[in-house]
Design a protein around this ligand. Sequence first.
Ligand code: BGC
Length: 762
Amino acid sequence: MNIDKILGELTLEEKAALCSGMDFWHTQNIERLDIPPVMVSDGPHGLRKMADDGENPNDSIKAVCFPTAAALACSFDRELLETLGKALGEECAAEKVTVILGPGCNIKRSPLCGRNFEYFSEDPYLAGQMAASHIKGVQSKGIGTSLKHFAMNNQETRRMSCSAEVDERTFRELYLAAFEAPVKESKPWTVMCSYNRINGVYSSQNKYLLTDILRDDWGYEGLVMSDWGAVDDRPLGIEAGLDLEMPTSNGKNDVLIVEAVNSGKLSMESLDRCVRRVLELINRAEEADSTAVWDKEKHHQLAAKIAAECAVLLKNDDNILPLDASKKIAFIGEFAQKPRFQGGGSSHINSFKITSALDAVAEYADVTYAQGFITSEDKTDEKLLAEAVEAAKKSDIAVIFAGLPDSFESEGFDRRHMRMPECQLELIRRVREVNENIVIVLHNGSPIEMPFADDAKALLEMYLGGQAVGQAECDLLFGKVSPSGKLAETFPEYLEQNPSYLNFPGQEDTVRYAEGLYVGYKYYEKKRVKPLFPFGHGLSYSSFEYSDLTVSENEIDDSKVLTVMVTVKNTGKVTAKETVQLYVAPVEPVVDRPLKELKGFEKLELKAGESKKAVFKLDKRAFAYYETKISDWYAEDGRYRIMVGASSADIRLSTEVYYTNETPLPMHFDLNSLCGEIKAVPEAAQVFGDIFKKIDIGNGEDEASEAMSQEMIDNMIKDMPLRTLVTFTDVPEITRANIQATLDDLNSLLSKKYEKAASKTI
Ligand code: BGC
């Protein structure tokens, strides 16, 4: 399709129509000009394509449910995410779906967000890397993705209206950074804007978000579509950079677009820009392999493999795992038979097959089974409980399959607490009374409180592990695979520990992100709050030794890329994988910085006794923070610590490098600048030297001076605005006019110095 030609032939009404969907899942077609519709479908961890004979838009075809994003991120494995993406891409190509709606990479701000299971991490670097790999995989098959929900959609409560109030630095460093890497590295065909407002402005008509940042700063060239029903003012959205409204507005917004163009409120140029992007997307539908077929059974096996790579072994006392198959083992809990493996809402997959642990265990051992509890309501069933206790009593080891039922977490609402159902807690307590060898396998989309953590010998976190989760569970429990997942989020001990607790989910349509940068481990570390399990934590059936941490240079600057290497040796008895995590922090930061931030990770597979090197590349961005004074990333001059370890709380080796940054930040002083601020800058202190010399506060012999310590005087002067020098002293030369003139001299000197340095580095 020749887009320039078509743009010339389309009527205003047809252009307006192309700016929203034809129905729930298709873009608008224009028969007259042979413009076909293309289909989009959810996503993200499976294909939810509406069935041809479906009665409502949510009736979907049978497909494969892979592990959800919360689980996937624990793999810390870019290749694995790419493999998953390729499988999804194949399915879409075979099913004639042009865009699969996902991945979602919103930051997990609170463990309560009902949709956390669909998001990757509390850390923007990890979330961004996972999303980038997922997109790369899907798009390698000629299928588009929709990176969502851009941005600040970190809760479900009032998700369609609430305003996320966030400061610029936090916005850039945390919430936007998770989107920035996938946008720049993997170029998703589409980005889906969020429902909510950001600092008062709906994302769907937020020019700062959709054009200034996404396109102008990050260079994005694809299409922006709305989340389903996220449009408030369609013409404003077109002006702001929202190309496609989904689903159809039933023609209502077409009328408004036409009116806005006719009245001159909306330019034809802006409308054409959106239509062009819609047409470009339609053109891209041809990139898919039209002969593609997909093998459901093969993808089911892949789902099992992925789930095993994602599971996190939180605890393993006495090496109770892997299980000894010759022992008497009881599987207890309804989730052994009917695992909870996905969340509710738009990502819900119509699984063609489900493998539970009970289905899969036959290949490993004979186990007894007791249901123990029911998930339909949180009520202890005395009969089931008694059976479970009996089974546990007769066994050497009791493996309890527990977690959150569907009613506890879903798209559309947030959790109110982090507790598991009381009937399950009761079951665990009662089983523990008769058997001390308890292993708990967890199924949940987001952190839970674990009052049973000390009572269980082993805890295996499966998250929502997809339809083949039972196979993965048995492969892990019996040692065919060594667990290698690491937590992509902190598990607080209890909800109130979480930094967002006082401001979640906000009030009256506003939620203040008052904790700023301190989300997840950044908060727990700085406040020295010990969580239940830290970010990056995860055990293995093997053990690893770290050695030889080296850096390619000791001094770096904005233009250099630092190579960091570390050797990891498998010192255990089985083949296993280790995720090596790299964190960076300035040693003596001038601005507020977290104690450490994840800036690299590598997953290594090692045979028993084998050693390999993990290699990391760090550029300016790994050292920088977002400096609002220059609206850019900035790395302070000084020493930085490079830390390498097995979790955020288990740093094995560290070293330091010196970052040289000769570019000063722009500075400007006025009458309200403090004397201390002036004194701290050598040029400023010099220019103001004469004035400061003339002031003699506290040096007199009077009573007032005697009552003041020198420290107090110094501090008082430090915090005094320049303007007070005029009123607090009676030195004739110290007038407002004189101080202003000195300030003018200083500001001109500083701006010349900044321009000179900046021009050198550009
Ligand atoms: C969800 C999106 C989803 C869309 C289509 C919305 O309610 O927020 O994530 O892709 O529906 O189902």
